[in-house]
Write a new protein. Structure first.
Length: 613
């Protein structure tokens, strides 16, 4: 959530003395954008949220059944890291956003200390919380995917905005995400960072997977990062997401993070509260947990349950990162690499990538080997119009040794072909490309689809094992809704969500641009049932009336108004409503007390601003 109403960068806010909001001690940058990014994934792959939830539940049950087992006695898991420094063209190393190697190494040291509980502030964790060493460590990659020596740092010059070109920049710079943790250090992103969550069964798409951190929030103490995010805890927080953890709070006391030993917590914390700071009937929020929003100097612990779940992810969907003897990190010179014939890296005695040498199968050098396969499928349409119209993006890879020029891509449900595309183009050996398929209609409900490639280059595929993959999705159906918002001058503060009776988030939005005066219109499709609409303002002054006459309405497909507001609330307003086959009823409204600020840009008292120089 953004707290400062001005669209200013980290540095300019400090320069004019307004970087700190003393009432909530928040910076102008959103602490983390993972929730927003994951909502996009959940809308496309509706099964994925349940898959994550089930994985956490199973891990917590297993942990409770084996209480005598201590993680600190488990084997040490090592993750190789590839850092990508995104900077403007013409910036030499150590200038502008092209940060020096020393700053990267200082950040890596913080990451290791935090995950191994060797952080100097570990003793500050209150004894009521079960903090632990996760037995997970990180090291710089010393070989790139082709087996060449590397520092583990890539530098990427571009004038493109990272937020607007995330997938393209990632696609051009990522190393095999099954073998490396890719970390992009980028200037001018909207928040401090984000990552996409895995489940024990699934990983994010190749051009999404990894961690993104704002340049100003990256680096260890005294390395050049900016207060109050200058101790390297942003990367610790985002790597927690990368290894499966959610934020420690839920949406109110009825929603949990799925980890049994973190306390129920009403909402995120900012600044650095004093313990105990209770909510939801707990003995105190665990505001010092790395997955909360507190300032860097206040964060110092993961719990046993969090560590157990991160290790579960590393033993399942991310197992390729940490297989013994298969890491591409530096090893003792007296302990050379073991044979690694399936890690996607040319190493050991291999003469090619995962082939040749004394231990692996011979490399296939025969001419004309054509092999097309599928590496990822994602749902591109959000299915907001209740029609069941679905559009898929299918990532194909040329596994062969000649250029792929055409291939047929088919989506089938049972024996019925739902859609297909005869793709033509140029795809060199080893390259990937996402292809958007024509839209098709599915009835409301869950569907299991098979996506496959056929007839690459008009011939027989040399390897059928990678041609097809299963993909599950839920098609929408129900009541067409329209949320209409007239924002005030600070639309960037507005976010909204709709939760069903079980507390599951079924629709959400936000991330609008400040200064927007036109109507915001969000189409929503909801099945019969009862819901609550929650509209938030991160600054606490609603959307009316000091900075524009804001309001909102939730309308049915026939124009009936289910919920309406004059915008004069505080941090949030909640409205309950029910619907059944176009019959609607409004139940209740709750709103926070409005924050009376007087001046939107609140200054800290003289001498209270920390220097960033």
């Amino acid at each position: 959530m953004s707290s400062c109403k001005k669209d200013e960068t980290f540095a300019s806010l400090v320069a004019d003395g307004s970087a700190i909001d003393v009432s909530h001690n928040r910076s102008s940058k959103t602490r983390c954008l993972t929730d927003r990014q994951m909502e996009k994934i959940y809308e496309k792959q509706t099964f994925y949220r349940n898959e994550i939830t089930q994985g956490r539940e199973e891990t917590m049950i297993k942990m409770q059944q084996d209480k005598s087992r201590s993680i600190v006695n488990d084997n040490l898991l090592t993750i190789p890291v590839h850092f990508i420094v995104v900077h403007a063209p013409g910036q030499s190393e150590g200038t502008g956003s092209n940060i020096p190697t020393a700053r990267i190494l200082s950040q890596l040291q913080v990451l290791n200390r935090d995950f191994l509980r060797k952080n100097p502030d570990a003793a500050k964790t209150p004894a009521i919380f079960p903090a632990t060493n996760s037995q997970i460590q990180f090291c710089m990659a010393t070989r790139d995917p082709n087996g060449n020596a590397t520092t583990g740092i890539s530098r990427y010059a571009t004038n493109r905005n990272f937020d607007d070109n995330e997938l393209q920049i990632k696609g051009e710079t990522t190393w095999d995400p099954s073998a490396y943790l890719n970390v992009w250090i980028a200037p001018n992103i909207e928040g401090l960072g984000y990552a996409y969550l895995p489940s024990p069964q699934s990983l994010p798409a190749r051009n999404e997977d990894g961690v993104v951190v704002l340049t100003e929030a990256f680096g260890g103490p005294n390395s050049g990062a900016q207060s109050p995010f200058d101790l390297g805890r942003t990367l610790t927080h985002e790597v927690g997401h990368y290894l499966g953890l959610d934020h420690i709070w839920g949406e109110g006391c009825s929603v949990d993070d799925g980890i049994s030993d973190t306390p129920q917590q009403r909402e995120e914390n900012y600044g650095c509260p004093n313990h105990p700071s209770p909510s939801c009937g707990n003995k105190g929020d665990m505001f010092m947990n790395y997955m909360d929003y507190s300032d860097d100097h206040c964060l110092n612990a993961f719990t046993v349950g969090q560590a157990a779940y991160m290790r579960q992810i590393l033993n399942t969907s991310r197992a390729a990162l940490v297989r013994p003897g298969r890491t591409s990190c530096a090893v003792d010179p007296d302990d050379p690499d073991l044979p690694t014939c399936s890690d996607g890296i040319k190493n050991g005695g291999e003469t090619g990538v995962d082939c040749g040498g004394p231990d692996c199968a011979p490399c296939n050098t025969s001419p004309g080997n054509v092999d097309a396969g599928i590496t990822a499928v994602r749902q591109k349409s959000a299915q907001e119009d209740c029609s069941g119209s679905t559009r898929l993006g299918v990532t194909i890879r040329n596994f062969g040794n000649i250029t792929l020029q055409r291939v047929r891509i088919v989506v089938a449900r049972g024996s019925s072909i739902m859609t297909s595309l005869n793709w033509t183009g140029t795809l060199p050996p080893g390259a990937e490309r996402e292809i958007e398929l024509p839209a098709f209609i599915l009835s409301e409900g869950n569907h299991n689809l098979i996506v496959r490639t056929e007839h690459p280059n008009g011939s027989i595929d040399a390897n059928n094992s990678n041609n097809a993959t299963n993909f599950s999705l839920t098609a929408s159906g129900g009541n067409q809704m329209l949320l209409v918002i007239q924002p005030d001058d600070y639309a960037g503060d507005i976010s909204w969500m709709i939760r069903n009776e079980a507390g599951t988030k079924v629709a959400s939005g936000g991330g609008y641009k400040d200064g927007r005066i036109s109507l915001i219109k969000e189409e929503i499709c909801l099945p019969n049932g009862c819901y609550r609409l929650i509209v938030k303002d991160s600054y606490g002054d609603g959307i009316c009336c000091d900075y524009g006459e804001g309001w909102y309405e939730l309308r049915s497909g026939t124009g009936d108004i289910l919920a309406a507001s004059d915008g004069y609330y505080g941090y949030r307003e909640t409205q309950w409503f029910c619907m059944e086959d176009l019959a609607f009823s409004r139940l209740n409204v709750e709103r926070d007390q409005r924050l009376q600020t007087g001046n939107r840009v609140r200054k800290t008292p003289a001498g209270a601003i920390k220097s960033l120089n």
